[in-house]
Design a protein around this ligand. Structure first.
Ligand SMILES: Cc1cc2nc3c(=O)[nH]c(=O)nc-3n(C[C@H](O)[C@H](O)[C@H](O)COP(=O)(O)OP(=O)(O)OC[C@H]3O[C@@H](n4cnc5c(N)ncnc54)[C@H](O)[C@@H]3O)c2cc1C
Length: 408
């Protein structure tokens, strides 16, 4: 795909060259172009915004009404604050309204398209077309240098530009064309990169003593999953490789190797008290039946097998057994041996170190006119529309700065 305006010369040497036509790159492109900059966007994929198209089950969870910097992970906890305050969920909703795109809230402030994620891509493309942005797809970038201006060699020829924006995202889903391009170029220009790791990703279990986790594949229930002081109340799903579901995906972004994940299987309730009440009522129920009153049957069976005197009715259980079982159900420590990796990760944690980036403009402090935006930066959002909002916000502030800078 290619659409562009202006002559060949202006296409070859725009004011702003953006690598990556995803959420952040397209937002930065039309924001800068609306302010009079000549903008060219290059992408190696055959179509733009492929992650947008597959996101949110095809409906794109494009933002979240609960947007705040604390819901982003970064070595610099405050870095996202400035961009998030300058581009809010309401501003994105105004854009949707201008394009008559219907949306709805699903849960926890998560906003989705009513129809299709394609609405978002078409909106971004329409904004780019109106602002005369040139977008070239299927372009392979072979070299980036900066003799004076940036000089980018590609399969579609050489481009020179005063400003260069790195917007190629993270490493998740390599089969969709994810690459380490932004990291490599950032390093080339002296920026550092926080080790990229899969995030919002299912965790896997390889220890024989926890192989029972996989045997429960298909079981799901609401839990609280935590690592250290951070916890999420959402659904947990047992899979044939380990654990997934929103609570687990959220906590995976905080999980470090060799650390346990603590699961409260019955958050907000008191399992010991429930069991004590059954005992007081002289219940003749055995372990699996008793636990099934509060937990999915297969999970109840497994926990009873592991820790309850299965063959005896609850009325015969000692208080110590009741307490131990209650404790285990509220504080189940599991020991993942890894993640399902970038092939299954929704995002990448880590990325271009924010310490040498301006939080107001996303420009590299040590390399004037070099910008890094979106997922390529060491800013990772929670599940629920936060990552797209970071792409919009960081793209927007960079686009504004480019529009105001002396790049013309
Ligand atoms: C399955 C899935 C579902 C998701 N759902 C949601 C959701 O509902 N809500 C949410 O907030 N987030 C979601 N995300 C995360 C979200 O998609 C990303 O955080 C967001 O797309 C990042 O935007 P970006 O512009 O930085 O990068 P991207 O959208 O990844 O765009 C990067 C662009 O750069 C191009 N590129 C890469 N390497 C090169 C190269 N070497 N040369 C040229 N071009 C290159 C790519 O082709 C791509 O077009 C989801 C992610 C996945 C994988």
């Amino acid at each position: 795909m290619a659409f562009h305006t202006g002559g060949e010369a202006s296409r070859r040497s725009p004011d702003v060259l953006i690598i990556g036509a995803g959420a952040a790159g397209l937002m930065a492109a039309f924001t800068a172009a609306r302010r009079g900059r000549r903008v060219v966007v290059l992408d190696h994929a055959p179509e733009v915004g492929r992650k947008i198209l597959i996101s949110g089950g095809g409906r794109c969870n494009f933002t979240n009404t609960e947007m705040r910097a604390e819901r982003f992970i970064s070595q610099n906890r405050h870095f996202a604050r400035s961009a998030l305050s300058r581009y809010t969920p309401s501003q994105f909703l105004e854009l949707l309204a201008a394009h008559k795109i219907p949306w709805h809230e699903k849960k926890l402030g998560q906003l989705f398209c009513d129809n299709s994620a394609r609405d978002i891509v078409q909106m971004l493309l329409a904004e780019c077309a109106a602002a005369h942005v040139t977008i070239l797809t299927d372009v392979r970038i072979t070299e980036v240098t900066k003799p004076q201006d940036f000089r980018v060699q590609t399969s579609a020829g050489t481009f020179t530009s005063k400003a260069l924006v790195l917007a190629t995202g993270g490493l998740s889903i390599p089969k969709l064309g994810a690459t380490s391009f932004s990291y490599n170029i950032a390093r080339y220009f002296g920026l550092s990169v926080i080790s990229p790791e899969p995030a919002l990703v299912p965790l896997v279990f390889g220890k024989p003593e926890e192989s029972w986790v996989q045997s429960l594949a298909g079981v799901s229930l609401p839990v609280r999953a935590s690592c250290g002081k951070t916890g999420f109340d959402e659904a947990l799903l047992f899979t044939h490789r380990g654990l997934s579901g929103p609570a687990l995906l959220q906590i995976s972004s905080y999980w470090e190797a060799n650390q346990p994940v603590r699961i409260d299987l019955l958050p907000g309730q008191d399992m010991t008290a429930h069991l004590a009440a059954l005992k007081k009522a002289k219940s003749q129920m055995k372990g699996p039946a008793a636990l099934s009153r509060w937990l999915p049957h297969r999970l109840a069976q497994e926990l009873a097998r592991q820790s309850a005197p299965e063959e005896r009715p609850v009325v015969e259980w000692s208080d110590r057994t009741l307490r131990a079982l209650g404790e285990r159900i509220h504080r189940l420590d599991l020991h993942p041996t890894g993640t399902e990796g970038f092939a299954k990760a929704e995002v990448t944690r880590g990325g271009v170190d924010t310490r040498k980036l301006s939080s107001k403009t996303m420009e590299a402090q040590t390399v004037p006119n070099l910008y890094v935006i979106g997922e390529a930066v060491d800013v990772t959002g929670w599940l629920g529309g936060y990552n797209f909002h970071w792409a919009w916000a960081s793209g927007y502030v960079a686009g504004e700065a480019l529009g105001e800078s002396a790049a013309a």
